[in-house]
Every structure is written in C-alpha cells, then in structure tokens.
Ligand binder design. Structure first.
Ligand code: CU
Length: 143
C-alpha cells in the first residue's frame, strides 16, 4: 500500500518519448492534413483561385497598342510594357500605378485588379505635349 506508484509508471516513458520527436510525432503527421484543410478553406472562401493574366502593351507613336485592357476583378495582372522609339509611361491613378520605360525599353510589372470599374491608363510624361493624348482604357469586370 505504501509502495510508490512511480516505478510502475516508469516503463511507459520510453514508449512515450518518440512521440516528442517533431519528425515522427502526430503533429508532424497531421501537418500536411492541416495544410490541406487550410487550402480547401481558403479556396472555398473565394469563388476561385486568383487568376493570372498576362498583358502586353506597346507604346508606339504616342499610342498604346492595344488601347484597351480587359481583366476580371482580383486577377493578378502582369503587364509587359514595351516603349518603342521614345520614352513612355503607363499610369493608372486609381491603382497608383506609374511605370516609366525609356526608349526601346521593356519593363514588366504586376498589380492585382482589386477595384472593379473602368479606368484610364495614360502616359504621364510632360516632356512631349503629344503625351497628353496618349490614353487607353482598363476595364475591370466585377467578379
Ligand atoms: Cu508619352
């Protein structure tokens, strides 16, 4: 009766010990399952995974080609902006985008189209008055 309990409990310890190893413990085995659940939950919260869009815009003779860009809201848009002949910029005020490409230069930038609506993209350079007429339209369709 006076016998302490610990000598009986002791044999359990070597069996319990491997479970404290993070590489073989339940937590490590459960991690991929938890990750999968989080991904499924994230995808379920949105209508779909973010769409990636690639758009190429050429600035030529004070024109944007094309002068209209159509994307869907929340698209991740990658713009390849090519400036032929003379420097040009690509600006969208609502998106705080202002990218400049020197003569003959190609630049690449990304933005998330998180605001639905119709926006003007334009050349913001002031060195050439014809830049004032250099405009295009960005249409972001609501999701
Ligand atoms: Cu310009």
């Amino acid at each position: 009766m006076a016998r302490p309990k610990w000598p009986m409990a002791r044999p359990k310890r070597p069996m319990a010990r491997p479970n404290t190893n993070t590489n073989s413990g339940w937590a490590a085995r459960a991690r991929p399952v938890l990750l999968a659940c989080m991904i499924v939950a994230t995808l379920g919260a949105q209508d779909r995974a973010p769409n990636r869009r690639d758009v190429t815009v050429v600035a030529r003779d004070h024109q944007f080609i094309p002068d209209r860009i159509d994307v869907r809201q929340d698209d991740l848009v990658r713009v390849t902006f090519i400036s032929e002949g003379r420097p040009a910029s690509f600006a969208v005020d609502a998106y705080r985008i202002l990218k400049r490409a020197g003569a003959g230069q190609t630049i690449v930038f990304e933005f998330r189209a998180d605001q639905a609506g119709t926006f003007t993209f334009y050349c913001s350079l002031t060195s050439d008055p014809q830049c004032l007429d250099m405009k295009g339209t960005l249409v972001v369709a609501p999701k």
